[in-house]
Unconditional design. Structure first.
Lengths: 356, 356
DNA sequence: CAGTCTGTGTAGATTGATCTACACCAATCC
DNA sequence: GGATTGGTGTAGATCAATCTACACAGACTG
C-alpha cells in the first residue's frame, strides 16, 4: 500500500530508467501534464510505486512550486492559535499543499524572522499572524509571494486579510458588563508599544472600543487601562496588584482569555469570587467552558478564521490579484465569571447575597 | 538595520557581480569556508547587505544542507505539545537551524504523512512524536536523515529517543491514590489499538503500570480500564457514563491531562466534587495549576524533553552515530482534585463532610 | 634560481526537478 | 500522394546554490 521510504534517495532519473522512458516523461506523469499516453502513465506509475520515488521538494522549488504553504504563529502556548491552525489544516486537507508552521521566536521580535524563514524555503504562500510588522515590509513581501494576514485591520492592495470585528466584539463585552450594572470596569491589555502603532492590532481596537464604551456610558473618569504581558502568570501578578487597590474595579475585561485566566487566578488568590469581581476575556479557548473556569468571553471563531485564511491563500496562489479583506463576526459567550456587582456600602454584602 | 526583502529575488550571481568577485567566492563567504581574505569578505558582506541577498534554501538543499529541522506533532490542541515545541525552539535558538512544524493530519493516521512531508523538504533532521509508527519504517527513515523520537520506549540502533519514565510516573500516581485510601480506581486511556502494538507507547506503559499497581495492592479484581479518545469532550461523555454506574469508582486516573479535564467536567456535571471522585491526570499542562481546576498530575517536564530532543538532533547532525536513549524522570504534582475517598455506607456522607 | 609551499580566488561540474522546443509517427485531408 | 495535423515522447536549457579541482600569485627553501 503506502510505499516505504527507499534507502538513499531515488531520483526521477532512476524512475525513468526503470520505466524505460525519459526524465521528461516521468515529470509529465507526476505533474499530470499534457501529452502522456495511458500506457506510459501506467508504466511510470508502476516504476514510481516500485522504487518508492518521492519528488524532491528542493529541486521542484528551483523552478516551479513547492506545494508548501507556511503559517507563522506567535506563542503556540496560547490555545487560540492552535484553533487557527486546525482551521487552516482542515482547509488544506484536500489540496496538494502541505502546511508547515514557523513559530515566531519571542526573542526575535514579531515574526520577521519566522516569516522570512518561510519565504527562504520557497513556500508557495504565507499566512501570518503578526499584527505589528511594518505594512511596507509586508507589501514588499506580498509582491513576491501570496500573503494572507490574520488579525490586521489595515487594508492593503497587496495582501489579503482575515480579521475579527474587534470593535463589535469588545463592545458586546462592554454592553454586557454595563447591563449587569458595572461602572468600575478595568481593561487589561498588553504593553503600550504593543497596541501603539497605527490602529491595526486587534488589541488596539479593543482598547479603543473599551474607551469609547466607557465614555458613552458617562464613565469617562473611570477609564482604567492596565498593561500586562499576555501570559497567564504575568497577568495574575498584575491583577493581584489591581485587586489590592482600595478602589478596585468590580469588573475586569481582559483583551485575551489567557490573561483573563490569570485574572481569575488572582481573584481566587485574593479570596474573592465572581460576585466580587467579574472577569471577561476574549477568544473563547476551550478551557473557558470548563465549569471550574466558566469564563465569559468572545468567540472569535478561530477555526473559521484559519479556514478562511487558507482558502484565500489558495485563491491567491491560483492567480487572484484583487485584494480581499474578510471580517468575521464574533459572538459573546456569557458564563459564570460575570455577574452583577455587589451594591456598594456596608450592608451591601447581605442584600446582594439575598438578591442573587 | 535589517535589510528589506528585495523585489524579485537576488541570487548569488547578483551579489558576485556587485562585489566584483566570482559566485564561488560569495558562496565561501556565506558558508564561512576556508580561503577568503578579510578584504574580500568585507566586500562581499557589503554587497550582500546592500542587495538584501538571502540564499535560496531550495538551491542549497540540492547539494548541501537546508539548515532546517522539522518536528512532527500530533494534535496541537493538546497543550502538552506546545511545551515540547517551546523546549525545542529554545535549544535551537542559538543555532543556525530553523524549526518548522508539520502537524499530523488526524485524517491520515499517525504522522507518516507529516514526517514524510518533512523529509521531502530536505530537512537536516527530524524530531517526531509518533508512538505508533512502524519501527521498521523509522529505521529506514533514520538511515537517510537524523531522527529523534519523543515518547518511544523501544530502543533502536538508528534513531535516538527522549522518553519520560512512564512506569515510574504512573506508579507515583497509583501510590498517591492508594495511600489516600482509594481502592476503586479506574484508568482512562485511549482506544485499545492505540496502546496495543508492542509496549512502545507511553499510554501502554501507563496502563501496564496501573494494572501492576492494582495487582500488587491486592485489587486485581477491581481493575477497570476505560477506553476513550483523547479529547476533553469525548472523555467527558465517557466519564459521565462511568459515573452513572452503580459501583462508580472513587478515583479516576487519566492517561493525560486533557481527558482528565473532561473527567473533571463530568464530575461537576454529575453534581459531584473531588470529595466524591478523585481525578488524576498526566502531563501537568498549565491550566492544571489554576485554582478552578487544581488537577493532581504528573509533570513530564515537556520543555526539558523538547530541549533534549533538539540537542540530541544537533549532535546527530554534527555526526554522532551511536544511538542515545534519554529517560527523563517525571514528578508527581499533588493538587486538590485528589482526596481521600468517603467511607462507604449510608451515614458515610455526613461523617465524611465533617471530617474533611 | 628552480622548486615547493601557502594563501586566495575562479571555472565548471553537479544536484533533481521543470518546461520549452522540437522530433517522430500515424492518420487525415485535398 | 504530398502536405497537414494531432498525439506522444525526448533533448537540453534552466533554476541557485555547493564544492572539487585547479590556477596563480608571492614567499620561502635548498
Amino acid at each position: 500500500m503506502a510505499s516505504r521510504p527507499s534507502a538513499g534517495s531515488v531520483t526521477i532519473e532512476d524512475v525513468a530508467r526503470e520505466a524505460g522512458v525519459s526524465r521528461a516523461a516521468v515529470s509529465k506523469v507526476i505533474r499530470n501534464a499534457y501529452g502522456v499516453s495511458p500506457a506510459m502513465k501506467a508504466r511510470v506509475a508502476e516504476a514510481i510505486e516500485k522504487l518508492g520515488y518521492r519528488p524532491s521538494v528542493s529541486a521542484r522549488g528551483m523552478r516551479g512550486a513547492t506545494f508548501t504553504v507556511g503559517i507563522e504563529i506567535p506563542e503556540l502556548s496560547n490555545p487560540f492559535f492552535p484553533k487557527l491552525l486546525a482551521g487552516a489544516t482542515a482547509a488544506l486537507s484536500g489540496s496538494p499543499y502541505q502546511l508547515i508552521i514557523a513559530p515566531a521566536d519571542p526573542e526575535h521580535g514579531e515574526g520577521y524572522r519566522a516569516i522570512q524563514a518561510l519565504v527562504d524555503r520557497q513556500v508557495d504562500g504565507v499566512i501570518a499572524v503578526s499584527p505589528l510588522v511594518d505594512p511596507e515590509w509586508l507589501e514588499a513581501l506580498a509582491a513576491n509571494v501570496p500573503v494572507v494576514m490574520i488579525g490586521r485591520h489595515d487594508r492593503s492592495a497587496k495582501y489579503d486579510a482575515v480579521v475579527s470585528d474587534d470593535e463589535v466584539g469588545a463592545r458586546m463585552v462592554m454592553r454586557h458588563l454595563l447591563d449587569l450594572g458595572h461602572r468600575d470596569i478595568a481593561h487589561l491589555t498588553p504593553a503600550a508599544g504593543f497596541t501603539g502603532i497605527g490602529s491595526g492590532a486587534p488589541q488596539a481596537i479593543r482598547v479603543d472600543a473599551y474607551r469609547d464604551a466607557m465614555q458613552e456610558a458617562g464613565l469617562g473618569d473611570r477609564i482604567r487601562v492596565v498593561r500586562s504581558p499576555n501570559g497567564a502568570p504575568e497577568s495574575r501578578r498584575v491583577a493581584l496588584g489591581l485587586l489590592a487597590e482600595p478602589d478596585r474595579p468590580t469588573a475586569v475585561f481582559a483583551s485575551h482569555d489567557e490573561p483573563a485566566l490569570g485574572v481569575l487566578h488572582a481573584v481566587a488568590d485574593a479570596g474573592l469570587t465572581a460576585a466580587d469581581v467579574s472577569v471577561a476575556g476574549y477568544d473563547d479557548i476551550e478551557i473557558a467552558a470548563h465549569p471550574g473556569i466558566s469564563l465569559t468571553t468572545v468567540d472569535q471563531h478561530g477555526e473559521r478564521m484559519g479556514r478562511l485564511a487558507a482558502e484565500l491563500l489558495l485563491e491567491r496562489i491560483a492567480g487572484r490579484a484583487e485584494p480581499r479583506h474578510e471580517v468575521v463576526r464574533p459572538e459573546l459567550v456569557v458564563r459564570a465569571s460575570t455577574r452583577p456587582p455587589r451594591p456598594r456600602g456596608g450592608a451591601a454584602r447581605l442584600r446582594a447575597a439575598g438578591g442573587t
